[in-house]
Design a protein around this ligand. Structure first.
Ligand SMILES: O=P(O)(O)O[C@H]1O[C@H](CO)[C@@H](O)[C@H]1O
Ligand SMILES: O=c1cc[nH]c(=O)[nH]1
Length: 319
């Protein structure tokens, strides 16, 4: 019979493997050490086929987002922003051997796409976190950059998440393991969120705020849209739900933040979620922005994160 295991399950407490003041990635799987080889199947990488410490050992910032093209664009942007580096203008997809995800590295910044929804990002995160572990990376900051639907805020606003919540506005992620439901905390690093927010204030005309982000398992019915192939609720039901979400502190809705927050937390990784809103869900469901406006909105999280990374690397004029 299925049982609910408590969030405080001892072996799953957030932890930092800290040596000499450095924070290492904490994988929590005793079987990993007994394996002769670890094949990161969906990334087309492996511990025997690739020298992971040499390829990735210097990674300090991991930026993830749904779309492969957006992640490539961000990687190219960072590549230019980090100054002249070897290898010219272009960067190669490290996961070119698979079409599941794409991955680009420029200096200490790794950019990876994760597709849409919890199962897709979860698979990527298992393999990415093992990669960081095998590569012996330390002091890594993880940032999800994405798009979202806003609630009660102007389209184009960038929401920096303090806590990711589920569809019941609870700060938790429920993972089904065998036939148990294991509940995990989705708290994010508050200091990191504040740091990003302070960074946003230095960018002219940059609408940003800190708030809760609701993560759903679906874009249509799961987000209370009236325009899916199925809809069994009224406009009033929808507005009542979104209004209650707003009152609970939710400012935007997307589809990956809870599992991202929960997995990073358990593995001792500092994490942040930064998403631009494409519409105000209190005013509609369809995303009808022009191509140019959509492109500009999608660049907003990228601009903020690039400024943040440059500041952390001592490459930025903003203090
Ligand atoms: O913009 P990305 O990162 O894809 O994220 C959001 O957009 C997708 C839905 O259009 C979902 O994956 C949601 O989380
Ligand atoms: O409304 C929206 C827009 C982008 N992504 C979502 O998940 N929802």
């Amino acid at each position: 019979m299925a049982s609910i295991l408590p969030a405080s399950n001892r072996s799953m407490r957030p932890d930092r493997n800290t040596y000499d003041g450095k924070s290492f990635v904490h994988v929590k799987n005793p079987y990993l050490d007994t394996m002769d080889e670890d094949i990161l199947y969906h990334l087309d990488l492996g511990t025997k086929t690739h020298n992971l410490p040499e390829m990735f050992g210097d990674v300090k910032f991991v930026c993830v987002g749904g779309s492969p093209n957006r992640m490539k664009a961000f990687a190219l942007f960072m590549h230019k922003e980090l100054g002249p580096v070897e290898g010219g203008e272009d960067i190669e997809d490290i996961c070119a051997g698979t079409d599941r995800y794409c991955m680009f590295k420029t200096g200490p910044v790794l950019c990876i796409s994760h597709g849409m929804g919890v199962p897709s990002i979860s698979i990527m995160l298992h393999e990415l976190i093992k990669l960081l572990h095998h590569a012996r990376c330390c002091d890594v900051t993880m940032i999800r950059m994405g798009t979202s639907g806003g609630i009660g805020i102007a389209p184009g606003s960038v929401v920096i998440t303090d806590t990711a919540v589920d569809s019941f506005f609870k700060p938790q992620f429920e993972q089904v393991i065998l036939d148990n439901v294991v509940t995990r905390s989705t708290e994010l690093d508050k200091e990191l969120a504040e740091e990003l927010f302070n960074c946003s204030k230095k960018i002219p005309n940059f609408p940003a705020l800190i708030g809760h982000t609701m993560c759903t398992y679906d874009f249509y019915e799961g987000q209370g849209r009236l325009d899916g192939a199925l809809c069994s609720f009224s406009r009033e039901n929808k507005l009542d739900y979104l209004t209650r979400a707003y009152k609970a502190g939710v400012r935007n809705i997307e589809m990956e933040s809870t599992v991202f927050a929960a997995m990073c937390r358990l593995c001792g990784l500092k994490a942040a979620v930064v998403c631009v809103t494409l519409l105000d869900r209190l005013h509609g469901d369809q995303i009808n922005l022009s191509h140019d406006v959509l492109a500009e909105y999608q660049q907003r999280p990228q601009l903020l994160i690039s400024n943040f990374i440059k500041k952390k690397l001592g490459l930025c004029d903003i203090s």
